[in-house]
Design a protein around this ligand. Structure first.
Ligand code: IPM
Ligand code: MG
Length: 361
């Protein structure tokens, strides 16, 4: 069978890292006997340059028809890039929000774990780093304040801006179900994070999550306020298995969790909806400062490709093979500049090749 993968190289380092992930998938194809058909679409600043919009309807339609979508990164330097001299709905990031919404990708899965090989990069105290941690952030991705009404107007002689936060029961229930399903396959614990001491959306969130929990007696549920969670993530991240939270809290907490691993260039993500297809991307950005230099770390994108194999194509052995190849290569001491810590770094292409060489049945 032929799998159709749409690639969005995007901006900055995006094209360099996606190229390596594509070669890894091709190698998986050779080793396991699958064929992948890749097609590139433009999204972000590169699409703005060519089409005057960050995502065309044709490009979106191709993404929607694919078995899965692999994304590098979009956007540039907010302070200096011409891509930000446009209306907010034309900015590169607007395309990302649009593709998530139009593909119905309500569940964003961001694993954050400490690789023992990279423990020295972890900014936590030695005891915490030695304990290690392995958590999954389950972030709601198509609701909340990101997608509420936005407005700026004149009221009583001054400018007033509003961003409305809304959550329906349906939106909460479907993401909660995903969190419990994942927890069941892991260590059986869900921490639902909210601001129920202040927000109505959070109080509804709690009720619905408790309701869903009744169907998962084998999974432990705890609630945690978001400010406390931010603190616990740096105090003792080992306490978490699956963190379930709404869109904006998840945006903030997932950056925090990634930093605590000490290796943001390593972390993949998957955005899923009701069907099989999904969008897979590294959690880091387009890093315009190092674009084109051949030094970016392709591992987060390669590991995103592994998630693509696992979640959209149900190719678990193949996903395992990619993840194992990455671990092996790290254990042998190879590092890109961002995680080098004194070692002689290898470049983007070299890192890709080192991973490919280690892929086997
Ligand atoms: C992310 C990013 C996006 C978000 C931005 C670029 C719109 O920060 O994927 O976490 O806030 O969702
Ligand atoms: Mg973010």
């Amino acid at each position: 069978m032929e799998y159709r993968i749409v690639c969005i190289p995007g901006d900055g380092i995006g094209p360099e890292i996606v190229a390596e992930a594509v070669k890894v998938l091709q190698k998986v194809g050779e080793v396991f006997g699958h064929s992948f058909a890749f097609e590139d679409i433009l999204m972000g600043g590169c699409s703005l340059d060519v089409h005057g919009v960050p995502l065309t309807d044709e490009a979106l339609a191709k993404a929607q028809a694919a078995d899965a979508v692999l994304l590098g990164a979009v956007g540039g330097n907010v302070g200096t890039s011409r891509w930000y001299q446009v209306a907010p709905n034309l900015r590169p990031e607007a395309a990302l929000l649009r593709i998530r919404k139009e593909m119905g990708l309500f569940a964003n899965i961001r694993p954050a774990s400490l690789y023992p090989e990279l423990a020295s990069a972890c900014p936590l105290k030695a005891e915490a780093a030695e304990r290690g941690f392995d958590l999954v952030m389950m972030r709601e991705l198509t609701g909340g304040v990101y997608f509420g009404e936005h407005s700026t107007s004149e009221e009583n002689g001054e400018r007033v801006a509003k961003d409305v936060m809304t959550y329906s029961e349906t939106e909460i229930r479907r993401i909660a179900v995903k969190a419990f399903e994942i927890a069941r396959k892991r260590r059986g614990k869900v921490t639902s994070v909210d601001k129920a001491n202040v927000l109505d959306t959070s109080r509804l969130w709690r009720k619905v999550v408790e309701d869903v929990a009744k169907d998962y007696p084998d999974v432990t549920l705890e609630h945690m306020l978001v400010d406390n969670c931010a603190m616990q993530l740096v105090r003792d991240p080992a306490q978490f298995d699956v963190i379930l939270t709404e869109n904006m809290f998840g945006d903030i907490l997932s950056d925090e969790a990634s930093m605590v691993t000490g290796s943001i260039g390593m972390l993949p993500s998957a955005s899923l909806g009701a069907g099989k297809s999904g969008l897979y991307e590294p959690i880091h950005g387009s890093a315009p400062d190092i674009a084109g230099k051949g030094i970016a770390n392709p591992l987060a994108t390669i590991l995103s490709a592994a998630m693509l194999l696992r979640y959209s194509l149900d190719l678990d052995a193949e996903a395992d093979a990619v993840e194992r190849a990455v671990k092996e290569m790290l254990a042998e001491g190879f590092r890109t500049a961002d995680i080098a810590a004194g070692a002689v770094p290898v470049g983007t292409e070299e890192m890709g090749r080192l991973v490919r060489e280690r892929i086997r049945r």
